[in-house]
Design a protein around this ligand. Sequence first.
Ligand code: SAM
Length: 962
Amino acid sequence: MVSFIESQFPVSKLSKESYKERKANYSQTLTGLGKWWGRKPLILCRAAILGLLMPASTDPKRDRDIFLKVLTMDEDGLVSRKTKSIALKRVWELCTPRERKEYFKEDSDETAARYKKGTSREDKDALQKTVFLRLSYDDRLEYCDRPEQMAGPSEAAWQEINQHLGTAAKNLPELVQELGKRRFGHVPRVGDAFCGGGSIPFEAARIGCEAYGSDLNPVAALLTWAALNIIGGGPKVAEEVRKAQEEVYAAVDKQITKWGIEHNEKGWRADAYLYCVEVHDPDSGWMIPLAPSWVIGEKTRTVAKLVPDKKHKRFNIEIESGVSDEEMKAAKDAGTVKESYLVPPPMLNAKSTPISVVRGDREGGYGLRMWENDDVVPRPEDVFQERLYCIRWMETYRDDEGKEQTERHYTAPTKKDLEREAKVLELLRERFVEWQEKGYIPSRKIESGYNTDQPIRERGWTHWHHLFNPRQLLVNGLFSETISSSKREKHAKVLLMLGVGKCADWNSKLCKWTPAPGSEKTEQTFVNQALNTLSNWGNRSLITIKDNFQIAIYSSLAVGGHKTYVSDARQISDDCDVWISDPPYADAINYHELSEYFLGWYETPIMRLFPEWYADSKRALAVTGADESFRKSMVDCYRNLAEHMPDDGLQIVMFTHQDASVWADLALILWASGLRVTAAWCIGTETDSALKEGNYVQGTVLLVLRKQNSDAVAFLDELIPQVEDEVRRQLDSMLKLDDQEDPNFGDTDYQLAAYAAALRVLTQYKNIEDIDISRELNRARERDERNPIERIIEDAVRTACDFLVPRGFDADVWRLLTAPERFYLKGLDIESHGEFRNGVYMELARGFGLTEYKLMLADAKANQTRLKTATEFGTKELGTADGFGSTLVRHALFATREVVRTEDVHEGKNWLRNEVKSYWESRKTLLEILKYIASVGSHSEYWQKDAAAAQLVAGAVENDHV
Ligand SMILES: C[S@@+](CC[C@H](N)C(=O)[O-])C[C@H]1O[C@@H](n2cnc3c(N)ncnc32)[C@H](O)[C@@H]1O
């Protein structure tokens, strides 16, 4: 039974839904539980599972409509998800003149619109719906809740769904169970052996599957357990854990208040502390506090000023708020650390020194003294001292009307404040040994590694607790201690423990202070996937850390049975009908290293609450890297998963789309694991900010796989024509299904489909005579070396490029063009759709087999890539014998440029007549090119003049006579 996802997938709409989910930030359902890197959007997991379970019928269009209904991504579903009102002004804009006349006051316009008096509620609602459906899919989503926030499809939708699928479901779990029984004879068992934050098992259980989630890493398993049992535990569990959080927070607050370490003499409570490191400047001999800028708050216009104390050769730090523009600028420029250099204040007349020199780095070793376990602050002789330089206080008072008001004040620490700092240290020292023994604070050494070497090298920190200052250790340790003595159930204890993890993430010496307006707060440690040490950082007080500790639970019942455990994917022994996984493949995140940051806090409670687990990151077993040993581990993992699924079982492997070599490698791995590819789809899963960083086609590829059961063997040569046929067949079916008005597939999807088609042909064989799979996998490769599979994939993409004639271009003429010409014209097409990502052009060039395409680009920046216009080309590359210079497209561009330059259409026509050798025979092709340039160019702001000129040249050529 072919699955829906093996024949089609609504990639465009799913990308938009994934994007919406990502943009929800901390109100995503699972992310609040704690940091995990590379979490997958839940909507993507839901669609993947349903896509596997739902059969493909002989009516693909109806299949698609029904699939969208199940996901509430069809029109009715979107209307039911619409929870926000469209602003009246926007409603007016979207109305037809007739509707405006009927419902709006006459003086309404785009600046102010008002309904006519007496417009009924029903009319207003109907109008909201009408104009909502006139919006694009993306724009509609702005007014909608996410599918997971809905009860599911409407009754009417269920009727249609059941009729098409021959089911009798009233909700998603019933549908899933019926489809599972039909396909596998029982409720479908869905597993993920690389479950990370738990998106896949959580979503599987939520829609009614039996879910299995395991991960090598106990921090990941803990997050998955919490997703399934706490978020998925229903309202009673949510209430129980909420109460436990309040109870613990109140107890900690009471103790801190009693200690008096966060209150001042005026009764104000601190809400943030700012610390910086201070170093001895080898040139001037002064102690210099470090910060890249001394601006503290852009909105409050708060700055720190370094005031020299000549006697002690150090600086006092004064804090001022509400300063002038000049003072703000001065504070910004006064940063004492810039691009890894210590930059002494100008008044010292001293030269800058590389921080590595300050540290005393030397070849083959670190320059700093290595901290010992019981060092919780630097020793006086250490290079990096730590210094509190600013406190933000909250003053609470009653206004004239008796209402409670708060006001924030930034101040430099006073003598009393420094005494409180000393008290914090004393309190910590008193408990330090006991707390480490009991596991309330970390005691593990930092093991060397790619990411973990950074704090060791840059600060001499050797143990995980060195990444926290005494205040942070004391407050976090107090949380751990209070939780440990709480009498609550396992669910509550797990969530409380995750609360401590969140406090650790949001309150360490690696938490950047951001002065940006609307912000003026500390960031989390893991803003990225590194352990970057800082010259100055923010320290949250208890009241600021409250929201981090008290994790908000968006309760959503996990109806299916479920199981979570720690395991190496090579050791899994449960059978599943479906395995869906997102392995650490080409994502370059060192999960095993980064997670140790949290393990220090979780270790003891994990062993108490989950005695059957281990509390170690198992670095040696983590799948990581990209070399032969990585490939071998992947084969071992996936072979084990293939062995633990039935013959009709299905798998999806997700990975980030990179290039053909990554693909080819993964294909080899999966093939060698006993799997064959049946389809592949790419979903955009990145948000804007992530997109900005990359220069690649961003997105997650879903590779659909089945067991490889055949004994057939083939030769490479035989495969080429088979691949070509399969590529054409695949693209044909996608083109037929696609909607001109609301396209589902873009160019990258077609290319991807070509990759997948090639792999489908290849992996259906047990073996290819001329490819030794295990040899290919096990040998080390040279950089840029291509394996035979890569070549087949590239051939497939080339076939796809030939096949995909740009819309509106004559197919016969297209075949007469050279590769650079096709690249150029297709590039224009892409640009006219507002696509400026460099990766897309790169892929396109690869598809046409071009290496020298950069000459054609006006801009090659990541998200601003576009082709040169006719005018921008000028005379460049014209007439060069090989490549693009002597092609018809190049001549057409030059003729266009001449018309723009001289404003005389004859100049353009004459150029073509004189320079194109076979002008009369090539006239049809030239015309097609010019008309195409004119039509797609007119959609681009860069092309306005050139497109009009191309149209004129086309007219002149068309009417030309001998
Ligand atoms: C990309 S993440 C999975 C993210 C997950 N899909 C989510 O949505 O949060 C890959 C995971 O593989 C895990 N991993 C690495 N080596 C492993 C192994 N040998 N066995 C099982 N899991 C492993 C890592 O700990 C990491 O959590």
